[in-house]
Design a protein around this ligand. Structure first.
Ligand SMILES: Nc1ncnc2c1ncn2[C@@H]1O[C@H](COP(=O)(O)OP(=O)(O)OP(=O)(O)O)[C@@H](O)[C@H]1O
Ligand SMILES: [Mg+2]
Length: 354
């Protein structure tokens, strides 16, 4: 099993199918042993990107550097990487042990070394007592773990995974998430992971590439994406419930407020996370009137769905004592340091000056 991952860097990558450009000028990179996630809504180009890295499809332009060498023109077999597809397939006639060690057998890895590798990954993936069974005798989640074990044991320094947890129930998904993450750290393999689930991306990754319609919307650590969304797309894609977006024209704010970069206050949008909204609002910097539409009990908090007088839907994550009634109109507010500011015309983030 390899203990050193490969670095990967994607530069100005483009992909068109006929006249339709599905990836435009994509740039990102991750150091050896890193965990990078491609995140974005359905159809944004995540699988396309993974297939280009893997070598299943040809790029229309740009570079794919693995350990500094451009592999964009090379056949898949020469890229020395492993891939887990969304619809993983195990060999039904082979035992779990044979399935996991398949790649090692093809590469004629000596028997003792092969056994050591398989035992190690089987233990890490909690498959140790299932090695003699056939795939048909395993649950869906166990089969998924075998598919992951098979690629992780292969010794490849770079492993690509396309939504590998999508077939699992919520509890198993969270468990295997952390298994993959700890294998990434223990084995030192570099992982490029595709998901449309933002909470999965935030919890697993060293770096996230957020994509929207074939374009990179933001690249950063999970914390950077959460705390400093680069645009309204990022603000509303990351976090549950998503960031509330309010037009500056419907908000009461301090008279000394200014925006960096020459943008007028009348030209901006404010973004506020549901947990940053509060009431009563007397002492808060920003205020808006809103009517309670419905209230959801979430255990730790209440999610209060409201609508402003101008008709904007907002959600307050509320952990206070007494909950307002449905239909009640109240003033909610937030403080300056919780305010994200975006240009109304292009959605790009800017900053408050005060
Ligand atoms: N072979 C192809 N020919 C033409 N268009 C394609 C082809 N493969 C993908 N596309 C288009 O490219 C775009 C990106 O598809 P892709 O499969 O990469 O999305 P995705 O982000 O993986 O979505 P999902 O989350 O649904 O899997 C889509 O609009 C899709 O229809
Ligand atoms: Mg896909």
């Amino acid at each position: 099993m390899s203990n050193s991952g490969a670095s990967i860097e994607v530069k100005n990558l483009r992909k068109s199918w006929g006249a339709v450009e599905v990836l435009s000028d994509v740039n990102f990179g991750i150091e050896p042993g890193g965990f990078l996630t491609l995140l974005g809504p359905s159809g944004c180009g995540k699988s396309t990107l993974l297939r280009l890295i893997c070598g299943l499809d040809e790029v229309s332009g740009g570079q794919i550097l693995i350990n500094g060498a451009d592999v964009a023109g090379k056949p898949a077999a020469e890229r020395n990487l492993g891939m887990v597809f969304q619809n993983y397939a195990l060999f039904p006639h082979m035992t779990i042990e044979e399935n996991i060690s398949y790649g090692l057998r093809i590469r004629k890895v000596p028997k003792a070394e092969k056994k050591k590798s398989v035992d190690r990954v089987a233990e890490l993936m909690a498959l140790g007592n299932l090695l003699d069974r056939k795939p048909g005798q395993l649950s869906g989640g166990q089969q998924q773990r075998v598919a992951l074990a098979r690629v992780l044991v292969s010794g490849r320094p770079l492993v690509l995974m396309d939504e590998p947890l999508s077939n699992l129930d919520a509890k198993l998904r969270v468990e295997i998430r952390s298994e993959i993450r700890s294998l990434n750290k223990k084995l030192g393999i570099t992982i490029v992971y595709v998901t449309h689930d933002q909470s999965e991306a935030l919890s697993m990754s060293d770096r996230v590439v957020l994509m929207n319609a074939g374009v990179v919307a933001q690249v950063g650590t999970p914390k950077e994406l959460y705390e400093h969304p680069a645009n309204t797309f990022s603000a509303t894609f990351i976090g549950t419930p998503p960031t509330n977006i309010l037009d500056s024209l419907e908000v009461a704010f301090p008279a000394d407020l200014k925006i960096a970069g020459g943008l007028k206050l009348s030209e901006c949008l404010f973004g506020i996370r549901p947990e940053s909204l509060a009431f009563p609002a007397e002492d808060l910097d920003f205020k808006v009137r809103a009517r309670v539409q419905s209230i959801e009990y979430e255990g730790k908090v209440f999610l209060i769905h409201m609508r402003t007088d101008a008709g904007t839907a907002i959600v307050v994550s509320y952990s206070g004592g007494s909950v307002p009634d449905e239909g009640e109109e109240i003033t909610v507010g937030w403080n300056r340091d919780a305010t994200h500011v975006f240009s109304r015309s292009d959605g790009k983030a800017t900053t408050l000056v005060y």
